[in-house]
Design a protein around this ligand. Structure first.
Ligand code: C2E
Ligand code: MG
Ligand code: MG
Length: 709
């Protein structure tokens, strides 16, 4: 050691000071700078200045003792080594000194130069080692406290385990008095389902099969709840590799596990209703199919549930109401589950019910019936009374069906149920598959036809029965699809269900108004002849319809009186208020309204008086064949005409095919007629020919027979 060590000697006897000084000077192993103070108070002051590397303190300091000085100066422990010097050896003082942390206790008489130097050197080196150890312990304690882990240390030879204060605290326990315990007091707290896993992992690690011990298990907290803890550890081995000790930590990971649990749950459930989502449903379906492969008796059935016209609820109220209704529906559907069944929400207004172990179509139909019944009870949502109806598709598993096919087939069956007007269920079969395929192909082709304006409009005159004059031309859509011509009664429903009716309707409206105005300008028709355009229920769901109609009139420079809208009786009666409001908007401008297919909707005529309806078109089915037998229909037509007239409405007869019919209708007071007798629906070119050659005297009640064309 080359540095100079600063020593402080507190010694009230000057002679002793001189001896000490000389002893230190007499050796040449270490270099010392010695400060001396003779009095207690001065010594205390010097010690507090903290300038010294070691202290030599005499036991006798006048009235006081060196031990009092040490206690007063250092309290919990000396900051630098202290050597107590004493006149005579006293075991009591010796013990007291070591309890105070004094490094050495030496009798002055026994001291020589090397002895003093060695005492100081040992004291400094021990003190340094103790300081280092204290720092390590402090760091270790701090680290484990910061990590918040509980520590365990298991001595394999004695079979005793030390469990730290924190270990107990994590589990809500007080630390027991004895330092070491039986390992069982740990395992007794582990969840019965986890204890075997924990023990095997420890055994495996001790056997050298794993590098670390790392197990997650549940442990019982003092409040009887279960905590998830992460238990980690490492074994210590002797030079034979035999484990002698294993120690480690436990950490409370309950929150992390809960978060993971939540994530797992969220990944498999629909956030709105809390029902299983598609992923979980498919997983259960796969399992169910695997079971039925082992046991062919088992099988399973999928019910695909799609709410009818749910969009309307969302559009009419706000989305919160729609959401609340879906939640309420989910709850009702859950009511009818048997153990093992799954009800899932696939998004939107689609639910799927998986019936595990059910393999009969009849049972599944009964279940579908049950679903319809629970949905039939009204729902009270945000003060509104709402009704839910569903189209349900059913597919029963067969041995060769995959989960994907089962789902697709149930979807097809649902589609079929929807096609038949909804509020019903259908069981999948192969014929249905072919039907749906055809249907989807047609829908694709129709979409193309509408986009490429391949839809044509034909015209059929509506004739005033008294005068024989043409009152209006009904525009009827035609789809000249090359490979398979379809009638409007076939393709209009496709357009209505696929949303294509909106662009198709616009196309017909614009084309018809354009044609009429051309014919008016060229004098082919009089200026009071109008065009009749059919409007579907779906078109009336679109709130911009009135604007579209007015825009079409402007674009074709047509007065509103040039247009008659034909809405079927059942459309109007389905939602009288809403549809009444929409048509009112255009009728106020002068557009006319005719009620199509009248007689099929069984509405009361009086109810119609509140709408701006101008005429009723009596459905073809009610027009008597004219041979005199069908007296019931004749009576219906007669009373309809009488009542309509009394309400100020005109009557148009559809499907007039014979002169006899024409005569009878005229006699009954019917205002106008439309039918093959006058003309079939004709292409624009044929219509122009018809109009050019129109002879009122041929058709008017006053005129003669049919034209000779
Ligand atoms: P609708 O509006 O009742 O049209 C009258 C239907 O009766 C037409 O059938 C017409 O060809 C047919 N018809 C006319 N006179 C006679 C007759 O004397 N005897 C017989 N047996 N039938 C006659 P079409 O053209 O097949 O149209 C069927 C239905 O398709 C229409 O019934 C209408 O509801 C709908 N439709 C046609 N075009 C459109 C359109 O552009 N838009 C909408 N929304 N629907 C349309
Ligand atoms: Mg019509
Ligand atoms: Mg009709």
């Amino acid at each position: 050691m080359n540095e100079v060590l600063r020593l402080l000697l507190v010694e009230d006897d000057e002679d002793d000071y001189l001896i000490t000084r000389d002893l230190l000077a007499a050796q040449n192993r270490m270099r010392f700078a010695l400060d001396w103070c003779a009095a207690y108070a001065e010594g205390l002051e010097q010690i507090r200045s903290r300038r010294h590397d070691a202290y030599l303190i005499d036991y006798r300091l006048g009235q006081r003792t060196g031990l009092e000085l040490v206690r007063e100066a250092f309290g919990s422990g000396p900051r630098a080594p202290v050597i107590l010097l004493t006149g005579q050896d006293d075991y009591e003082i010796d013990l007291e000194a070591s309890a105070l942390g004094v490094a050495d206790y030496v009798t002055k008489q026994a001291l020589d130069a090397t002895g003093l130097e060695r005492a100081i050197r040992y004291a400094i080196s021990h003190h340094g080692a103790l300081r280092a150890l204290a720092r390590t312990e402090e760091r270790y304690a701090l680290a484990t406290r910061a990590a918040n882990d509980g520590i365990w240390d298991w001595d394999l030879a004695s079979g005793r385990i030390h469990l730290s204060h924190r270990w107990h605290a994590i589990l809500g326990l007080d630390q027991p008095r004895e330092e070491e315990q039986q390992p069982d007091c740990w395992f007794e707290l582990v969840h019965p389902d986890d204890v075997h896993r924990l023990r095997s992992a420890i055994d495996a690690h001790l056997a050298g099969e794993s590098e670390h011990l790392e197990v997650e298990c549940r442990m019982r907290h003092a409040d009887q709840s279960w905590l998830w803890v992460l238990c980690r550890g490492l074994a210590m081995r002797d030079h034979h590799g035999t484990p002698t000790r294993i120690a480690g930590s436990i950490a409370d990971i309950t929150k992390r596990r809960a978060a993971e649990e939540r994530l797992r749950y969220d990944a498999l459930h629909d956030p709105l209703t809390g029902l299983p989502n598609r992923t979980l449903l498919m997983d259960r379906l796969e399992q169910s199919l695997q079971r039925s492969q082992r046991d062919p008796q088992a099988g399973c059935t999928v019910l695909f549930i799609d709410l009818d016209r749910f969009k309307l609820i969302n559009d009419s109220f706000n989305h919160t109401v729609g959401d609340q209704l879906l939640i309420a529906i989910a709850a009702r559907l859950s009511e009818i589950l048997r153990p093992g069944d799954t009800i899932a929400r696939l998004g939107g207004d689609e639910f799927t019910l998986l019936l595990d172990g059910m393999s009969s179509g009849a049972d599944a139909s009964a279940k579908a019936q049950q679903i319809s019944e629970v949905l039939e009870r009204p729902f009270l949502v945000a003060g509104h009374q709402l009704f839910a109806r569903a189209s349900i598709g059913i597919c029963v598993s067969s041995s060769d069906m995959t989960a994907g096919e089962l789902m697709r087939n149930a979807d097809i069956a649902m589609y079929d149920a929807k096609q038949r007007g909804g509020e019903t269920h259908a069981v999948f079969d192969q014929a249905m598959h072919r039907r749906v395929l055809t249907r989807l192909t047609r829908e694709g082709a129709l979409r193309q036809a509408v986009e490429q304006s391949l839809i044509r409009v034909h015209y059929q005159p509506i004739v005033d029965l008294a005068s024989g004059r043409i009152r209006s031309l009904e525009a009827l859509a035609r789809w000249p699809a090359g490979w398979e011509p379809l009638s409007p009664s076939e393709f209009i429903p496709i357009a209505e269900e696929s949303g294509l009716i909106a662009p198709l309707g616009r196309l017909v409206l614009n084309t018809a108004l354009g044609a009429l105005m051309r014919w008016r300008r060229s004098g082919l028709v009089a200026d009071d002849v109008s065009v009749s355009v059919n409007i579907s229920r779906q078109q009336l769901d679109d709130p911009t319809l009135p604007d579209q109609i007015l825009a079409a009139l402007r674009q074709c420079e047509a007065p509103p009186q040039a247009l008659l809208l034909e809405i079927t009786e059942s459309t109007l009666m389905h939602e009288p208020e809403r549809i009444g409001r929409i048509v009112q908007e255009v009728c106020e401008r002068g557009v006319g309204l005719h009620l199509d297919d009248f007689g099929t909707g069984y509405s009361s005529l009086v109810a119609l008086a509140q709408f701006p309806v101008r005429a009723l078109k009596i459905d073809r089915g009610f027009i008597p064949p004219g041979e005199g037998h069908d007296t019931t229909n004749a009576a219906i037509v007669r009373s309809t005409i009488a009542l309509a007239h009394s309400l100020g409405l005109e009557v148009v007869a559809e499907g007039v095919e014979t002169e006899l019919q024409q005569r009878q209708l005229t006699e009954l007071g019917c205002d106008s007629g439309q039918g093959y007798l006058f003309a079939r629906p004709l292409s624009p070119e044929q219509t122009e020919e018809l109009l050019a050659g129109w002879d009122v005297s041929a058709y008017g009640a006053t005129g003669g027979g049919r034209p000779q064309a």
